[in-house]
Ligand binder design. Structure first.
Ligand code: NAP
Length: 306
């Protein structure tokens, strides 16, 4: 048996096409959605992420601004920037790229973002809205996980779901979304006893751990759906062999680039699971797509549109 691969790239492309149509309608009504992406410092990964977000906005017709500040920027300066963006009517979404340099108080900065423009969904007001099922903005990666399940016709209601990882960004919100979708949800973490046994109860396993290939076939009930949120770079040859021995395509990539990407799920899980998201090309592409969705959602709500 080999699991059905859930193609996140295809799903993200469909979502972005839907967003572009909505943006065109909003623009025709004189209400183009606007996103401000704030980058502080010169972290190369953050530069790539923010550039991709702005590029995707352009492709979909969303107005976007890439605000770049030096690595020495203070918390007070950032608070002033966020304050101005909060006041601007043409900006519907504000995204402060994390991590911030160490002198910046990230919690204070994120708390300063107007919750109705908080397209990352990290503000405590939005966390509260999610847990009490009020309209709000929900973190992008967990929303993406739900879209993969929904668009792949994977039942949630009444199912046993196990989420491995309890971060504020992924684990907790995805567990809340699954609970709101009427799954029976167990949240696991580094202190969970008998993690393989708990995971084996699940109809749906969500892995958001940050540990390369940790979820092996012994964690998975035959036929279960496995969603792999992890993104880990593998550059060690022995580690590569543990994960991808015999995979000619990966071998070629590893030889050329010196590394490859792997999720938190071991590739051999494909022999046991009913459905599985690949890495890359699974949850990853959904994160930017859902940021675009959140920007449009914020724009509609701020303008009193349904
Ligand atoms: P995180 O904040 O480091 O949280 C990791 C969670 O995993 C923690 O709750 C931790 O437990 C748990 N954990 C760690 N080791 C474990 C073990 N041996 N057994 C059981 N649980 C364990 O990470 P995150 O931000 O949620 O991200 C998780 C992964 O998703 C990373 O690979 C990250 O790169 C990826 N990610 C991908 C996207 C995307 O767009 N696809 C977006 C965000 C994150 P404790 O709480 O007990 O420490």
């Amino acid at each position: 048996m080999s699991a059905q691969l859930l193609d996140g790239t295809r799903i993200a492309t469909a979502i972005k096409a839907e967003v572009a149509t909505e943006v065109a309608a909003l623009t025709a009504a004189g209400a183009t959605p606007g996103l401000a992406v704030v980058l502080v410092g010169e972290d190369p990964a953050s530069q790539v992420y923010t550039r991709n977000k702005v590029k995707t906005c352009h492709a979909l017709g969303i107005h976007s601004e890439h605000l770049v500040f030096g690595a020495e920027t203070t918390t007070e300066q950032l608070l002033a920037v966020v304050g101005e963006l909060n006041e601007r009517d043409d900006i519907d979404g504000i995204l402060v790229q994390l991590p911030l340099p160490s002198q910046c108080d990230a919690k204070r900065v994120l708390l300063a973002v107007d919750p109705d423009k908080d397209v990352d969904g990290f503000h405590p007001i939005n966390v509260g809205r999610l847990s009490t099922q009020r309209p709000g903005l929900v973190p992008c990666t967990p929303l993406g996980v739900m879209e993969i399940l929904r668009r792949s016709n994977i039942a949630i209601e009444g199912q046993e779901a196990v989420v491995v990882g309890r971060s504020d960004i992924v684990g907790k919100p995805v567990a809340m979304l699954l609970t709101n979708g009427h799954a029976t949800v167990t949240i696991c973490h580094s202190r969970t006893r008998d993690l393989p046994g708990v995971c084996r109860r699940a109809d749906i396993v969500i892995a958001a751990i940050g540990r390369t290939g940790m979820i092996t076939p012994e964690f998975v009930k035959p036929g279960a759906t496995v969603i792999d949120v992890g993104i880990n770079r593998v550059s060690d040859r022995a580690e590569f062999e543990r994960l991808f021995a015999g995979d000619a395509r990966r071998e070629a990539e590893f030889t050329t680039k010196g590394s490859t990407l792997c999720g938190d799920v071991h590739p051999s899980v494909a022999q046991v699971a009913g459905a599985l998201t690949p890495v890359p090309g699974g949850v990853g592409p959904l994160t930017i797509a859902m940021l675009m969705v959140n920007t449009v959602t914020a724009a509609r709500r701020r303008r009193g549109l349904s």
